[in-house]
Design a protein around this ligand. Structure first.
Ligand code: GTR
Length: 326
C-alpha cells in the first residue's frame, strides 16, 4: 500500500481532474493495466480524441497504461475515492464489490462473443452499468475481452483430469476461485502484474487469459501449453469516478457518456485484429495450443459455481434472461 501510494503520488503530482492545465480545461486521468498499443488503451485514447474534438479542446483524457497507477484492485479503490478519474478494467475485480457483475463472470454464461455483445448492448448491459452508481462509480461502456482459457508450464491439458493438482492464478474474485477449484485444480488469486514471475519461479503452474493478454504479458514465454477450453467470456468495463463526474456540468457528462459509447465499435475492430495477431505471434513462438477439447465436462463441472453464486432472485432472473437472449 505504501509503495502504491508513493507510485501514485509520483505520477499524480496534483489532485485528479485538474483545471487549467495546458490547453485543456479538464484533464481526465485514466488507468489501464495493459501496455501502450493494446486495444483497451488505444480505445480510451480514441475516446479522448473524440472528447477533445467535441468539446473544442476543453476536455482531454490522459491514459496511464502499463499499470502505472497500480494493479486493478487498487486502482478501483482509487477511482472510487476520486484520485483516478477513469478506469478501464475487467469486470472480474468488481465481483466481490458489486454482486450483479458476477453474472457476466460466470463460466460459460455466454455462448459466443456475439451473444455477449447482444447482452451488453441491450437492457441487461445497461442495468449492470447502472449498479456502479451505488459504489461511487459511473459505468460508461463495455469493451471486449475475448475468451479466457488455461495456460501452464507443466503439461498439455486435454481433459479435466489433466488439470488435477495444478495451481492457477485467477483474478481476485470468488467466482474464479470456485471455478478453478471445481475443476480439481488449485486457485491462487493474485494481481496480474505478479503472474509472470510467479509462473517462472514455480509459485504457480499457470493462469488463464485471452490471446492478447497471454501474448502482451509475455506469459507465453514461461507457460508453453495453452488449452482453448474458453471457460470465460468476461467483458471489460470503462468506469468513471463519481467524485470526478459530479464536478462536471450535465452537458460535459453527456459528452463523456457519448464519447465512451462511440469508442466501442472502434474497440471491437481493434480487438479482432489484435486477437488474430497475438494468436499468430504465440503460435510462432512455439507454444503448444490444444484445440481439440471436449468442453462438455468443463461446462458440467461449473454447476457448483452457479449453485454458490446464483442465490438471489436478481441473479437467477439475470441468468435466465441472458440465456434467453438470441
Ligand atoms: C485481462 C484484462 C485485464 C485484467 C487481466 C487479468 O484480460 O484485460 O483487465 O483483468 O486480464 O487477468 O488480471
Amino acid at each position: 500500500m505504501t509503495a502504491l501510494k508513493t507510485g501514485l503520488a509520483a505520477v499524480l503530482a496534483t489532485t485528479a481532474l485538474t483545471t487549467g492545465a495546458m490547453a485543456c480545461e479538464i484533464t481526465l486521468r485514466s488507468s489501464d493495466t495493459h501496455p501502450e498499443g493494446y486495444p483497451t488503451v488505444a480505445a480510451v485514447e480514441y475516446m479522448g480524441e473524440l472528447l477533445e474534438e467535441r468539446s473544442d479542446g476543453r476536455i482531454c483524457v490522459e491514459v496511464y497504461h502499463s499499470a502505472q497507477l497500480g494493479q486493478e484492485a487498487d486502482t478501483i479503490e482509487q477511482t472510487q475515492l476520486g484520485v483516478i478519474d477513469l478506469n478501464r478494467v475487467s469486470l472480474g475485480p468488481f465481483n466481490n464489490i458489486i454482486e450483479a457483475t458476477k453474472v457476466f463472470s460466470l463460466p460459460y454464461i455466454f455462448r459466443s462473443t456475439e451473444h455477449m455483445h447482444a447482452v451488453v448492448d441491450g437492457e441487461i448491459g445497461d442495468e449492470i452499468l447502472a449498479e456502479f452508481a451505488d459504489h461511487s462509480l459511473i459505468g460508461l461502456a463495455y469493451y471486449d475481452g475475448g475468451s479466457r482459457s488455461f495456460y501452464n508450464s507443466q503439461r498439455p491439458i486435454r481433459s479435466i483430469e489433466d488439470l488435477e493438482g495444478l495451481s492457477f492464478r485467477v483474478m481476485q474474485s470468488d467466482v474464479f476461485v470456485d471455478m478453478v477449484n471445481a475443476l480439481g485444480a488449485n486457485a491462487t488469486p493474485m494481481p496480474y502484474g505478479e503472474v509472470y514471475s510467479s509462473i517462472q519461479t514455480g509459485v504457480i503452474d499457470g493462469a488463464e487469459n485471452n490471446w492478447p493478454s497471454f501474448e502482451s504479458s509475455g506469459h507465453y514465454e514461461v507457460a508453453g501449453y495453452y488449452t482453448l477450453d474458453q471457460h470465460l467470456i468476461v467483458p471489460e468495463v470503462l468506469v468513471m469516478s463519481e467524485a470526478s463526474w459530479d464536478r462536471l456540468t450535465p452537458e460535459d457528462q453527456e459528452l463523456i457518456r457519448q464519447a465512451a459509447r462511440d469508442s466501442v465499435p472502434h474497440m471491437r475492430e481493434l480487438w479482432a485484429e489484435r486477437e488474430a495477431a497475438s494468436e499468430e505471434a504465440v503460435r510462432a513462438a512455439g507454444v503448444e495450443v490444444i484445440t481439440d477439447i471436449d468442453k462438455t465436462p468443463f461446462i458440467e463441472a461449473m454447476a457448483s459455481v452457479y449453485e454458490t453464486h446464483v442465490t438471489t432472485d436478481q441473479m437467477r432472473s439475470l441468468v435466465e434472461r441472458i440465456q434467453g437472449v438470441e
